[in-house]
Design a protein around this ligand. Structure first.
Ligand SMILES: C[S@@+](CC[C@H](N)C(=O)[O-])C[C@H]1O[C@@H](n2cnc3c(N)ncnc32)[C@H](O)[C@@H]1O
Length: 235
């Protein structure tokens, strides 16, 4: 059976106590956050943008983003209350600029077209329905908004050993997507201008980036809307 949300909740409730001190902060999380912040800056400069960070954990990325791009307003969503709770001091210090929300990546509690940028770092391999999560990411992006998703790169032998052998051995049946699979999930969600880049290092990771279509792909209704009690006239 695949990894599920109960397992994610148990894993991160347990890990939340030591999460900010994990060696992975140094090896993977910080380098990946740097890449995301650099990409956001390259696209938006210092403009006041709305960013949603999915799987935000204890808010480390949100804090870094605000420090580097103080005009950004950030929402962080995470499934696990324990992770959000561990970031309490951080959320408090950033109040008014960063808003933590408990929620599931597969059912984001936001209206369509709410964000300029959606980020997701080191979290995607925990989602049982990755296809649904990408569709949700696209739904909450404004037309022309950008999705930036980072997760472990498992295609090369070294990455495969780290993520599919070591990480899966510790976390269970999580799923790090191949480069090809990630691309096809993005395309299936209707995202455009998909680009991918691999970052090598002690824990290699893959950035997949794409743009939400400028014109909604949801077609206009092709039928007449008729008031209750009246009949539509032909022609
Ligand atoms: C390894 S941590 C990454 C945290 C942060 N993004 C970072 O880069 O430091 C993964 C996070 O994803 C969250 N998560 C797992 N499944 C989730 C889901 N279905 N929806 C939202 N968050 C989820 C976990 O609670 C955890 O906080």
């Amino acid at each position: 059976m695949g990894y599920d949300k109960r397992q994610a909740t148990e894993e991160f409730t347990r890990w939340s106590r030591s999460y900010d001190r994990s060696i992975l902060q140094l090896l993977l999380f910080r380098p990946s956050h740097r890449v995301l912040i650099r990409r956001i800056r390259e696209h938006y400069g210092a403009r006041p943008i709305r960013v949603l960070d999915i799987g935000c954990g204890t808010g480390v990325f949100a804090e870094r983003l605000r420090a580097e791009l103080p005009a950004a307003t950030v929402w962080g969503v995470d499934l696990v209350a324990g992770m959000l709770a561990r970031g309490a001091v951080r959320w408090q210090a950033l109040a008014g600029h960063v808003q933590p929300v408990q929620g599931d990546s597969e059912r984001l509690p936001f209206a369509p077209g709410s964000f300029d940028v959606v980020t997701c770092a080191n979290s995607f391999h925990h989602y049982p329905r990755q296809d649904k999560a990408v569709c949700e990411m696209r739904r909450v992006l404004k037309p022309g908004g950008r999705l930036m998703l980072i997760d472990g790169y498992r295609d090369a032998p070294y990455g495969w050993f780290i993520y599919d052998v070591c990480v899966a051995g510790i976390e269970g049946d999580v799923h790090h997507c191949s480069r090809k699979r990630m691309r096809s999930l993005f395309a299936a969600a209707g995202l455009e201008s998909i680009t991918q880049r691999v970052f090598r290092g002690p824990a290699p990771f893959l950035l997949t980036e794409a743009v939400a279509p400028k014109v909604s792909a949801i077609p206009e209704p092709h039928f007449a809307v008729v008031e209750a009690g009246k009949r539509a006239r032909a022609g």
